[in-house]
Write a protein that binds this ligand. Sequence first.
Ligand SMILES: Nc1ncnc2c1ncn2[C@@H]1O[C@H](COP(=O)(O)OP(=O)(O)OP(=O)(O)O)[C@@H](O)[C@H]1O
Ligand SMILES: [Mg+2]
Length: 228
Amino acid sequence: MLILKEVLKSFTEPDGSPLPILDVPEFHVAPSEQMVLVGQSGCGKTTLLHIISGISRPDSGKVRVNDWDITLMTEPECDRFRAEHIGYVFQTFNLLRGFSALENVMLSMRFTGRKVDKQRARHLLERVGLGHRTAHKPTQLSVGEQQRVAVARALANRPKLLLADEPTANVDAGHQQQILDLLRETCREEKVSLVLVTHSAEVAGQFDRVERLEEFNRVGRKNPPTAH
Ligand SMILES: Nc1ncnc2c1ncn2[C@@H]1O[C@H](COP(=O)(O)OP(=O)(O)OP(=O)(O)O)[C@@H](O)[C@H]1O
Ligand SMILES: [Mg+2]
C-alpha cells in the first residue's frame, strides 16, 4: 500500500543554511495494516506525513501509494489523488471556517467527483459524539470537538490510506478511545491502511506495530535526542 525508498527532505534554517529533517532509506505499510509512528517533538513526523500525502515533495526518493509514485504527479494530479485515496487528520485540524461541521465533512466528498453521501457524513459525526453539533462552525466548537470533526472528515471519502497526526491530542480519555475505536473499526471494515502519530503511550500500546521515527530516519540517528 505504502512504500518509501531513499526519501530525503531538508528545510532551510532562518540563516539560509540547509536543515536536514528526513533521510529514510525504507518505510513500508501493508494493505489494511494499522501502525503507530512515535518520536520526539520536532523529529519530523508531520513532515513525513506531508510527504506521504504529497502535500510536500521530498528532495529526492520514491513515495508509492497504492502502486502510484506520487512524486511523479503534477500538483493537480496529486491533489486529486489525495482526495480520492488518502484521508488525513491534520495535527492543526485545517477545518474550513465558513462551514458547519457537517458541511466540512461533506465538502471533502466534493473534491473526488463522487456523489456526496450526507448520511455517511452524519453517521461519522455521530460516531465521534457530535450528532448534536453538526450545524456549528469551527469557531462555535471546542478544540476537542474541532479535532473530532477533523477525524470524521478524514474518513468521509472511504480512503485507502489514512494518516492521522495526533488525532486524540486534544480530547479526554473517553473521547480518545471513541476516536481510536472509530478509526480502527472503520479501517478494518473498509480495508484501509492506518498510520497514526501519537505522543500517548496509552494509544501506542493498543497497536501491534509501533515505529520510532528516529530509529529508521538516518537524520534522527545522527542527532540523537538529548536526555532529560
Ligand atoms: N518550513 C520549515 N522551515 C524550516 N524548518 C521547518 C519547517 N517546517 C518544519 N521545520 C522543522 O522541521 C522539524 C520537524 O518538524 P515536524 O513538524 O515534522 O515535527 P514533528 O515530529 O511532527 O513534531 P511534533 O511532535 O511537535 O508535532 C522541526 O524541528 C521544525 O522546526
Ligand atoms: Mg507534528
